[in-house]
Design a protein around this ligand. Structure first.
Ligand SMILES: *Cc1c(COP(=O)(O)O)cnc(C)c1O
Length: 378
């Protein structure tokens, strides 16, 4: 037996995921349930039902959970919903749109890309225009909040353009789901995917697909992967309440608790409201130290904020990152092609107190480096 470690405070994760979770979410994992345990089957039912309610999808949509990180379920969505005879138009304004392109390339899914710069939202008019000129396109895939920058894409308007053209919509709402409202009554989509560990504040380990029931039914036989076959996963769950292969039991127990805490906080309005406060505290505090956001406030989702790299030659990003880590705050490097940047998240079990703590740590580390201002212009 090893000696028990001295308890240390976990770092606060100001990242796009995995994220800081509550103690009670972590404690929910202190059980070993078998996959056939009736309590566990009931929890699965409850979690799936609640996820459908979040999009107002009762009676029209179903929830298919899938083992793995979020990308697994994005891959499952694209490879199941776009039939071999179909073609998908992918709207790209960041790395997660580009990742959908790679998924299509791996699976030999016929695809085409409409691209915007990373600091511009996708344009529904351009989508309508392209669909009018390309009758072979059957599906459109869009990212709700492009986590690369934190930009919010106008998915309701995209949905209108896609529905008006009689095509099907697939949504990656991974980093927005639970914080930004999305209703199946206002936006027509075949499938939407998200995961347990972002704005719903569960532990990582599973994604889920919320699918229109007729659209999911029509995917039977489409999957070119056994593990990612959403239709079969759904049929298995409907038949006996069990997952086809070993379920991430602890992750689901944590997710069930996370959904209770989500409801206690006031669901999407409450969760989104806290993140908005976090985002405002972060952005105003950083601006007061000279930093600039990549995006204007009107395009910024309250999920993760991209800051431009300061110009002061004494500013060393690695030192900045390490210094913040030592103070207990983990930030995230940028992933941009258009500008040097870094990111700070507003999501997870964090409040304004933690955001102020992070701002204080930024000040301390800047002082240590001898950097007076975070301004990106000389
Ligand atoms: C986090 C995220 C994903 C999935 O990423 P994983 O690392 O596989 O969990 C997909 N799309 C978006 C927009 C995301 O933010």
């Amino acid at each position: 037996m090893t000696q028990p470690e001295k308890p240390v405070q976990d770092p606060w994760l100001l990242t796009p995921g995995p994220l800081t979770t509550s103690r009670t979410v972590k404690e929910a994992m202190l059980h070993d349930y078998g996959s056939r345990d009736l309590r566990f089957i009931e929890i699965n039912r409850r979690v799936r039902e609640r996820l459908v309610e979040i999009i107002d999808g009762q009676g029209t949509h179903v929830c298919v959970p899938l083992q793995g990180s979020g990308t697994f379920v994005v891959e499952a969505m694209l490879s199941n919903f776009v039939p071999r005879s179909g073609k998908v138009l992918i709207l790209v304004n960041g790395a997660y749109g580009t990742r959908m392109q790679s998924i299509c390339a791996y699976h030999g899914i016929d695809s085409e890309v409409l691209q915007w710069p990373e600091d511009e939202p996708v344009d529904p008019n351009k989508v309508a225009e392209r669909l009018a000129g390309a009758p072979g396109i059957t599906h459109v895939a869009v990212v709700h909040c492009e986590t690369t920058t934190g930009i919010l894409n106008p998915i309701e308007d995209v949905g209108e353009a896609v529905a008006a053209a009689g095509r099907s919509l697939l949504i990656d709402s991974m980093s927005a789901f639970g914080a930004l409202s999305i209703s199946a009554r206002n936006i027509q989509f075949d499938a939407l995917v998200a995961s347990s560990n972002k704005c719903l504040e569960g532990a990582p380990g599973m994604g889920f697909c919320l699918a229109s029931e007729p659209a999911l039914t029509a995917t039977q036989g489409n999957s070119d992967s056994l593990c990612l076959d959403l239709y079969q996963q759904w049929q298995g769950l409907e038949a006996n309440g069990q997952w086809r292969f070993t379920p991430p039991t602890h992750c689901i127990l944590a997710f069930d608790q996370a959904l209770k805490e989500f409801d206690a906080e006031g669901a999407v309005a409450g969760r989104g409201g806290r993140y908005r406060e976090n985002c405002e505290a972060l952005v105003s505090g950083m601006r007061a130290m000279g930093f600039e956001t990549l995006l204007p406030d009107a395009l910024q989702a309250p999920i993760i904020v991209t800051f431009k790299m300061p110009v002061d030659s004494r500013f060393d990003f690695q030192r900045f990152y390490d210094g913040l880590s030592e103070c207990g705050y983990v930030i995230y490097p940028g992933k941009l092609t258009i500008a040097e940047s870094f990111r700070m998240g507003c999501i997870g079990r964090l409040g304004v107190t933690e955001m102020r703590g992070a701002l204080e740590a930024v000040r301390v580390v800047m002082d240590e480096m001898g950097v007076a201002s975070g301004s990106p212009v000389a």
